[in-house]
Design a protein around this ligand. Sequence first.
Ligand code: GLA
Length: 387
Amino acid sequence: MDIEFVRSRFIKHFDGKTGNVYASPGRINLIGEHTDYNGGFVFPGAVDKGIMAEMRANGTEDTVMAYAIDLKDRVDFKLSDPNGPRASWARYIYGIALEMKKLGVPVKGFNIAFAGDVPLGAGMSSSAAMESCFAYGLNDIFGENKVSQWDMALAGQATEHNYCGVNCGIMDQFASVFGKAGCLMRLDCRSREFEYFPFKPDGYRLVLLDSVVKHQLAGSPYNDRRRSCENVVKAIAEKHPEGKYETLRDCTWEELEEVKEIVGDEDYKRAKFVLGEKDRVLAVCDALNEGDYEKVGEMMYKTHEGLSKDYEVSCEELDFLNEIAKEDGVTGSRIMGGGFGGCTINLVRNDLYKNFIADAKKCFNEKYGHEPKVYDVVIGDGSRKLC
Ligand code: GLA
């Protein structure tokens, strides 16, 4: 994907004029899954793949002309239409434009063409890449860049909530906006404080194996998981009216045990995973500071187990990829992102890499009739203007 490719389509599909070009990445997450909406910690980084968009004000009051280059699909709509467009990709444009308006950006009509190389439905957050990219462009074109990075990330999250039906946390949009080449970021989702962690694991590398099982969070049990966590917080808060319980971050293991009977098995298991994950992210931070990648890997396997058995967001194919990693002596492996399909993220020693990839392809192909896709992780920069 390059600027000239996007530009040629922008010129062809609209009035021949050029605009500005913006880019935002997808993300990986080393550890800290489903902790963001529970006020916990996450450990994401932006990747070198994402969305690129050319945009330009078109002189109309509120007509948006949009072209999805990869889908060869054109949709025109008005920002004043209360229903907005139906095409799911166009809803990201409509949603983010309205959210940026709420932040005081006087968005008017614009033309936009965009393309991406972040795989769709692989759990690398192609949707956050779109939201961040469009937010950055609208802020630049109409808003004199007055909207802060945090507000752009929050506008992306609000787009998911209000226009796309996914009650997500802030991790993906945060990573896409704030990413920095070579660095992972530890974000405290409650206080929104974060730190950049240079990530150069000597002798290891990160690789994603994409099961190509379709991952769709809208209308998925993702929102149910969030509801389970909220139920547990509510039950604990009712038992302790003197305390302040906003998310599972505020709850202890003892308090969870106290409400076990009240909340039932399923919600209990969900919360158990989240409390464990909260501890694991902190353990990984310490391990990274000490350069102890074996410990990091151990935590990744534990996370996988929890996501599979307690949070129940894995699937047969991802569990299979995780098993292969274990058998091949891979340091760490787990399902990444929201779940219900997508990829595993693997921390692999350089000397085992070749064998692991060959093995995973062969075994997966024998069982499921196709190979998993392989993406070597390169940690890249966040949202930016290219020209
Ligand atoms: C999706 C959501 C994020 C986060 C992850 C799970 O990617 O968009 O907010 O909850 O799932 O960690």
